[in-house]
Every structure is written in structure tokens, then in C-alpha cells.
Ligand binder design. Structure first.
Ligand SMILES: Cc1cc2nc3c(=O)[nH]c(=O)nc-3n(C[C@H](O)[C@H](O)[C@H](O)COP(=O)(O)O)c2cc1C
Length: 415
């Protein structure tokens, strides 16, 4: 087991250094990665060699540094081998020039050739440059492309630049680059553990997702801000863990073909689809934001305004409580997990919900937290189980949060 001080034990990091003034910081970054237990190999551009010597980086990493000159002397195709070797590819500092090359698939030196050939599942880059270079629309376009290509971009930060004034363009703090790398690798190993061990093989899991839509008239409905991203991520994580998954969703998003998908826009339709799937299910995860109210009598025709200042009063009645119903109807051995999206008194409300809904676990979600909640790509939650300490998760991607929730589901099912 890696110790707390060595979160990168057995991890292979390929650090690509380019020719900016911040290249000298690569020495300290190598030291930090090595101290965290990683094996680090460095490659650098010709321009980088004018800022820091390959020898310094070789001594600190205790590995040969690959440069254009070294590549020229070698008969082996080292850039391809190195690209395959790494668990994480870290481009730091990243010059505007190299960002542009990587964003456009250029491979004209040993560093860009290696990046093009790399298969590393984790890719982190930390730009560092003059503020005008950073603000240049071309650089911004390139960074956008790189994000879409799966690079995690760390920084730059606002600070004192080599030019002698404070502006945005300074390399992110090395601790931030370290944290981004470590977290991405941790998330990856959680995912790999679920995918490789398939602990839910032979299990059936029902997941709800999205914000329900309650008809007002044939063209209008009442809904909420839920995007469905968390529920879909849970369905995918349960599928990756080997489960047979029924996803009952009120919001349409892309999903894996192996998922059994049921579109259920209203709370009533959702309850009926869930009740149909539950008899053979091992677990229910209610991530949908179900409207508490629906119209007592939706209008049969489109509502039109007739007179100025006319008030329209909607008569709302309570919807069925899906989580509570599933909790009450659950059979021995079935596990029920509910979400509590709260804007205040998060833990107290979640604990109440645990008991009142007969749930085995509540995922408490402070939807007002900056990196959590509706329509975000990340989330931050607390898992509440009876008689257990609350477990905090995130902030991290909804996919990573989903993997952790599924890992807890596996533990509850195995109890
Ligand atoms: C003194 C000096 C400092 C530089 N600092 C940076 C920098 O911080 N960021 C950057 O993007 N380019 C910087 N440049 C420009 C790059 O060195 C230049 O674009 C080079 O072609 C980058 O090559 P590479 O991307 O292959 O390493 C600097 C140039 C000089 C002469």
C-alpha cells in the first residue's frame, strides 16, 4: 500500500519540458514527483535546454533525459516506447509554441513526436508565458482544443512575470500541478479497479436521472435545473462495474448501448418504470431530481392569455415520492441509495431522509457549492449511512464521484 507521503508509488510520469523562463522550475517538479514515489523520465526541447540543463534533470530523476540530440544518436525508436511507458504525461512548463503544435498534431521534435505517440491515460499541462501570449486568441483556441482532447489544464496563475510586472501567465504552483496529477491517477485507478474486477457482475441496478417534467399544458411543463449528468455517470459506472443497468431518465443524454434505457419524463411515469424494474433488481440509485409537485389537472389545450393583468393560478398537488416508495417496497437484500440535493442544513436533512425513506445510503449534495450541483461537470458530496461516519467525496468529476458511490454500493451489497 502506498503511504500517505508517497501517493505516486509505482506510477510512471513522463515530464515534457519546453523552452520558457519557468523551465528552471521543472527541476523542483521532478524532485516532488520522485519524493511522492513516482518514476520520472524527462524529455525536453532544444529551447528548454537553453534554460535548464538536461544534466540537472537527469541527476534529479536518476533517468536519462531524452533530447533531440540524444534521439539523433540512438538507433531505437525511443519516443514511441516512452509514450507507451507513461501513466501520466505532464507538459510543464508548456510554451505557447508547443501548445500550438500539440493542439494541431505537429511532431517536429522529440517532445512533440513523443506526445503524438503517447497513450498515457492521464495528460496534464501547465502553460507558462507572457500575459499577451496567453491572452492571444490563438493560444486560447489551442487550449480549448487541448481540453477537448483530454488534457487537464492547470493554471496559469496571476503573479509576478519575468517581464517585471504582475499579470496572468505565470506557471501554476508546483503543488497544484502535483495535486492535479495525483488526483487524476487516483481517479483512474478507482475506475480501473471497477472495470477490471467487475464487482457487480450478475447484479441488476436501477438508476434514475434528470429533472422530471410536469405538464402544464401540451407545450409547457414545470421542471428544475437537473441535467441528468450525475445519474448518467452512475449508470455508466455501474455498467463498467459489470452490472446490468436500467436507466430511467427524465432528461435525454448519450448513454452506452448496453444500458437498458427508459424515458420517463414525469414523476408518475418515472415511478411506474422504476416499480416495473425493481422486482428483479439488487439496487436502486435515485439520482433524479423529482418534482415534488405536479398540476392537479394539466390543461388539455395550450393556455392563452385573454386579458391584460390576468393572473393564472396553477393548482399543484404532491407527486408520488419515488425514493420513499422504493424504500418501503424494498425486499430483503435490496439496496436503496437516494440523493439529497440541499441548499441548507445539508447533513441534518440528509440524515432525516435516510430514516424517513428507508434508504441504506443518502448522497448529500450541497447544490450551492461552487464545484457541485446542477448542470456542473464536477460534484462534491457526502455519503451518509446509519451508524457510520459521513464520507466526503470530491470536488471531482461526476464520473469519479459516480465510481466512488458504486464502490460503496459494492461494499453494502457484500455486507
Ligand atoms: C528569454 C526568453 C524567455 C521565454 N519565455 C517564454 C515563456 O515563458 N513562455 C513561452 O511560451 N515562450 C517563451 N519564450 C519563447 C520560446 O522560447 C520560443 O517560442 C521557443 O520557440 C519555444 O520552443 P519550444 O516550444 O520548442 O520549447 C521565451 C524566449 C526567450 C528568449
Amino acid at each position: 500500500m502506498p503511504s500517505m507521503e508517497q501517493p505516486l508509488t509505482n506510477k510512471k510520469i513522463l515530464l515534457a519540458v519546453t523552452g520558457g523562463i519557468a523551465a528552471y522550475k521543472a527541476a523542483e517538479l521532478v524532485r516532488l514527483y520522485v519524493k511522492a514515489g513516482a518514476t520520472v523520465k524527462v524529455l525536453m526541447t532544444k529551447a528548454a535546454e537553453t534554460f535548464i540543463s538536461a544534466k540537472t534533470l537527469a541527476i534529479l530523476s536518476k533517468e536519462a533525459v531524452l533530447t533531440d540530440a540524444k534521439q539523433g544518436e540512438s538507433s531505437a525508436v525511443e519516443h514511441v516506447a516512452l509514450g507507451r511507458w507513461a501513466d501520466a504525461l505532464v507538459l510543464a512548463p508548456a510554451t505557447a509554441n508547443t501548445l500550438a503544435k500539440v493542439a494541431n498534431g505537429l511532431a517536429d521534435n522529440v517532445l512533440t513526436e513523443t506526445i503524438m505517440a503517447a497513450t498515457a491515460p492521464v495528460k496534464v499541462l501547465a502553460p507558462a508565458m507572457n500575459d499577451q501570449m496567453y491572452a492571444n486568441p490563438a493560444t486560447q483556441r489551442n487550449l480549448e482544443t487541448l481540453r477537448k482532447d483530454g488534457w487537464q489544464v492547470v493554471g496559469p496563475e496571476t503573479g509576478f512575470l519575468a517581464e517585471g510586472y504582475a499579470a496572468k501567465g505565470r506557471l501554476a504552483a508546483l503543488s497544484e500541478i502535483m495535486t492535479a496529477t495525483t488526483q487524476a491517477l487516483e481517479e483512474l485507478s478507482a475506475e480501473q479497479a471497477l472495470v477490471h474486477k467487475r464487482p457487480l457482475a450478475g447484479r441488476q441496478v436501477v438508476v434514475t436521472a434528470g429533472g422530471t417534467k410536469e405538464a402544464i399544458d401540451p407545450v409547457r411543463y414545470l421542471t428544475n435545473r437537473s441535467s441528468g449528468k450525475m445519474g448518467y455517470a452512475l449508470a455508466e459506472a455501474a455498467l463498467a462495474a459489470g452490472a446490468e443497468v436500467t436507466l430511467v431518465a427524465a432528461t435525454k443524454r448519450p448513454y452506452s448501448p448496453a444500458i437498458h434505457f427508459v424515458y420517463a419524463p414525469s414523476a408518475k411515469e418515472m415511478l411506474s418504470a422504476v416499480q416495473k424494474a425493481m422486482p428483479t433488481a439488487d439496487a436502486f440509485i435515485g439520482a433524479a431530481a423529482v418534482s415534488d409537485y405536479a398540476l392537479a389537472n394539466p390543461f388539455e389545450q395550450k393556455v392563452k392569455k385573454s386579458q391584460p393583468d390576468e393572473h393564472l393560478v396553477l393548482d399543484l398537488i404532491q407527486n408520488p415520492d419515488i425514493l420513499k416508495t422504493v424504500g418501503q417496497e424494498k425486499k430483503a437484500g435490496q439496496v436503496v441509495i437516494g440523493f439529497a440535493a440541499e441548499t441548507q442544513n445539508l447533513l441534518a436533512n440528509a440524515e432525516k431522509k435516510l430514516a424517513s425513506k428507508h434508504a441504506d445510503m443518502i448522497v448529500a449534495n450541497d447544490v450551492t457549492a461552487p464545484q457541485a450541483g446542477f448542470d456542473k461537470d464536477s460534484n462534491q458530496v457526502t455519503l451518509i449511512q446509519e451508524g457510520q461516519e459521513p464520507v466526503s467525496i470530491g470536488p471531482k468529476s461526476k464520473q469519479a464521484v459516480a465510481q466512488d458511490i458504486v464502490a460503496h454500493l459494492v461494499t453494502i451489497l457484500d455486507r
